[in-house]
Write a protein that binds this ligand. Structure first.
Ligand SMILES: C[S@@+](CC[C@H](N)C(=O)[O-])C[C@H]1O[C@@H](n2cnc3c(N)ncnc32)[C@H](O)[C@@H]1O
Length: 364
C-alpha cells in the first residue's frame, strides 16, 4: 500500500487498514477498507484515491449491507453525478448558443474564477444578513449561506468567493460560500437552529478543528474582536489548521488531544462557547472536562453527535438522548437538539447552557 495514501487515510480516522488492490499496491480507483471494531459492532469505512494523491473518504459500510453492494451504490452515484455535470454543461452552452470556449471567455471577462474558487471573486451578487449576526445569505437562483471573508482574496478550502455590490465610494466586501455538506455548524444554521452563541466578538473553544474548514467560517463570524482556539490532535490536519491560522489572527491552533485540556491550559482563556465535533464515543466527557477548565458559567456548549461513533448498534435517537443525558449530568442544561439530515446522516447538533445561573433559569 502506498505509504502516503495509508498515512492520509489514517488521518481521516482509519485505524486497521486493508487495501483491496491486487498485491496491496495502491493505485487510482482502488479502495482502501478500514475495519474499526466499535464495541461488538464492526464498521468498515472505504477510502478512494483522489486523482492519484490523497485518499478521499467514501462511505461507511453498515453491517446490514453487503460491502460489494455499498461500493456498487457509490459507483452508481458517482457515475450519475458525472453524467449530470456533463449534461448540465452541454445544456448551458446550448441555451446560450456558445461553444465551450466562448463560455470560458465570458466567464473570464466577468472575472469569475475557474474551479475551486481560486480565481478573482468579482461576480456581482446580492448579500443579505442572516438572522444570526456574522452570517449572511447570498440571494440568487439558489440562496447560499456565506460568511464575510476576514482575509479578502483568499479561499481556505477551495470554496467559492463572492464580491457584493457596494455603494459608490464604498469598498467591496468579499464573502465565502459555506457548504453545509462540509460543516456540521453550517448544516445546523441552514437546518434552522434557533440559538447561535458563535457571534461577533465571541471567544470560542473548538474541539476537533480538523484542517480548519468550519474553523475558518467561525473565524469570519466572530471577526477581529473574537478568538477561536481550535484543538486538533491529528498532526497532518493540525498542519493545515496552523497554516490557515497564519493568515487569520483570531485563530489559535492547538495540536493536542482534547482529552488532556491541562496540556493547553496556558494557551486558552475563559471562553463563551465550546463547539465540539470530535466524533469520539466519549465526546460528552471530553466537552464537560474542557468546560470545567475554560467555559464561563452560563456559557454555551454546541456539540455535533455522530450516532454511530458512540454506538453503532443503537438507534440514532436513543444515542442522542443518552448523550444529552450525559451532558445534563455534568452541568449542561440542554436547550435545543436538531438533526443534521439531509447534510449529515445520523448526526444531531445539541445546544446547551453550562452551569446555568438560578436567575437565568427563572428568566427562562
Ligand atoms: C469530524 S472531524 C471535524 C471536522 C471539522 N469540525 C470541520 O467541520 O471542519 C473530527 C476531527 O476531530 C479530531 N479529533 C478526534 N478526536 C480528537 C481528540 N481527542 N482531540 C482532538 N481532536 C480530535 C479528528 O482528528 C478529526 O480531525
Amino acid at each position: 500500500m502506498h505509504a502516503s495514501a495509508e498515512a492520509d487515510a489514517r488521518h481521516l480516522g482509519a485505524r486497521n487498514l486493508v487495501c483491496t488492490a491486487p498485491g496491496g499496491q495502491w493505485g487510482e480507483d482502488d479502495i482502501l477498507v478500514d475495519r474499526a471494531d466499535a464495541g461488538e459492532a464492526l464498521t468498515l469505512s472505504l477510502f478512494h484515491l483522489d486523482r492519484g494523491s490523497r485518499p478521499r473518504w467514501l462511505l461507511e459500510w453498515r453491517p446490514r449491507r453487503s460491502l460489494a453492494r455499498a461500493v456498487r451504490g457509490w459507483e452508481r452515484w458517482a457515475r450519475a453525478k458525472a453524467a449530470r455535470t456533463r449534461a448540465g454543461a452541454r445544456a448551458r452552452s446550448r441555451v446560450k448558443g456558445r461553444t465551450r470556449a466562448k463560455v470560458a471567455k465570458v466567464r473570464a471577462a466577468k472575472g469569475r474564477g475557474g474551479k475551486g474558487g481560486k480565481g478573482k471573486a468579482k461576480a456581482k451578487v446580492v448579500i443579505e444578513p442572516h438572522r444570526f449576526a456574522g452570517v449572511f445569505v447570498s440571494k440568487g437562483k439558489d440562496d447560499s449561506l456565506v460568511t464575510r471573508n476576514l482575509v479578502p482574496g483568499e479561499s481556505v478550502y477551495g470554496e467559492k468567493r463572492l464580491a457584493a455590490e457596494a455603494e459608490e465610494g464604498e469598498e467591496k466586501v468579499e464573502y465565502r460560500v459555506w457548504n453545509p455538506f462540509r460543516s456540521k455548524l453550517g448544516a445546523g444554521i441552514v437546518g434552522g437552529i434557533e440559538q447561535m452563541p458563535v457571534k461577533p466578538g465571541a471567544k470560542v473553544l473548538y474541539l476537533g478543528g480538523a484542517s480548519g474548514t468550519t474553523v475558518s467560517h467561525v473565524s469570519d463570524m466572530i471577526g477581529p474582536e473574537g478568538v477561536v482556539y481550535a484543538v486538533e490532535f491529528s498532526h497532518r490536519s493540525g498542519r493545515d489548521l496552523t497554516n490557515m491560522a497564519k493568515r487569520r489572527p483570531n485563530v489559535v491552533p492547538i495540536v493536542e488531544d482534547a482529552r488532556q485540556p491541562q496540556r493547553y491550559r496556558m494557551l486558552v482563556g475563559m471562553v463563551d462557547v465550546i463547539f465540539s465535533d470530535v466524533a469520539q464515543p466519549d465526546q460528552a466527557r471530553i466537552v464537560t472536562h474542557n468546560a470545567s477548565f475554560f467555559l464561563k458559567n452560563d456559557g454555551w456548549v454546541v456539540i455535533s453527535i455522530k450516532a454511530n461513533c458512540v454506538d453503532s448498534t443503537a438507534a440514532p435517537e436513543a444515542v442522542f438522548a443518552s448523550e444529552v443525558d450525559k451532558l445534563r449530568k455534568d452541568g449542561c442544561k440542554p436547550k435545543e437538539q436538531l438533526t443534521l439530515e439531509p447534510y449529515h446522516r445520523d448526526h444531531a447538533l445539541v445546544v446547551a447552557v453550562y452551569r446555568a445561573s438560578k436567575k437565568k433559569k427563572k428568566d427562562e
